[in-house]
Design a binder for this molecule. Structure first.
Ligand code: AMP
Length: 191
């Protein structure tokens, strides 16, 4: 059976946009996955780690995709980690270090999974504008199973936080927004 899955993509090291696009290409090469939708790309401020002691981190490029897959959630996680390794992401992962590519399973159908190495819905989904903004572009009505809220509702409920803006070089149809409130407004306006 095909599962409808949303994957979050991020990069803040090297050619960030190329990395994100390459990850989508690599995902599309799997026979067991079909890439159905790709969001516009956003740029987002890195969340400071260690109280900001390490200084400012490079901004991320973020996006989200919808896939259909016959893989189980754990098989899919293994595939995503394989792509991260192939793209040179350093392991073990040091928290907050810049990363060539970061691939997260955001939603796996309506599944709720709570395993040591896999939590679905992604535990940070509802808190992160840089995940919700692109996800809202491709799946505003997808439901986060724990809260029962749609992606659009979660984005609307977010407090203003870290900055996220459309990546204007890659999304000529979008005008830059400088604040999450504007990303929220755009999502509302487009649906
Ligand atoms: P990160 O450094 O943010 O990419 O976190 C990667 C770790 O999160 C890996 O050890 C994964 O096993 C774990 N993880 C837990 N839930 C998820 C999820 N939904 N998607 C991707 N990684 C996850």
């Amino acid at each position: 059976m095909d599962h409808i899955v949303y994957i979050g993509i991020g990069s803040n090291l090297g050619d960030r946009l190329w990395n994100c696009r390459r990850a989508v290409e690599l995902l599309a090469q799997y026979e067991a996955m079909k890439v159905v939708r790709v969001s516009p790309w956003y740029e987002s401020e890195a969340i400071p780690v260690d109280g900001g002691e390490r200084g400012p981190q490079p901004w991320f490029i973020n996006g989200a995709i919808e896939i259909r897959t016959t893989l189980s959630a754990s098989e899919l996680l293994a595939a995503l980690q394989g792509i991260e390794r192939e793209m040179g992401r350093e392991l073990p992962r040091s928290k907050g270090a810049p990363r060539t590519i970061d691939l997260d399973i955001l939603l796996y159908g309506g599944a709720v999974i709570n395993e040591v190495d896999l939590i679905i819905p992604h535990p940070e989904l509802a808190k992160r504008s840089f995940v919700l903004a692109p996800l809202c572009d491709i799946a505003p009505h997808a439901v986060e199973a724990l809260s029962g809220h749609s992606v659009k509702q979660l984005l609307q409920n977010l407090e203003a936080g870290f900055r996220v803006q459309a990546h204007t070089d890659s999304n000529s149809r979008l005008c830059a927004v400088a604040h999450i409130a504007q990303a929220q407004g755009r999502c509302n306006a487009s649906r």
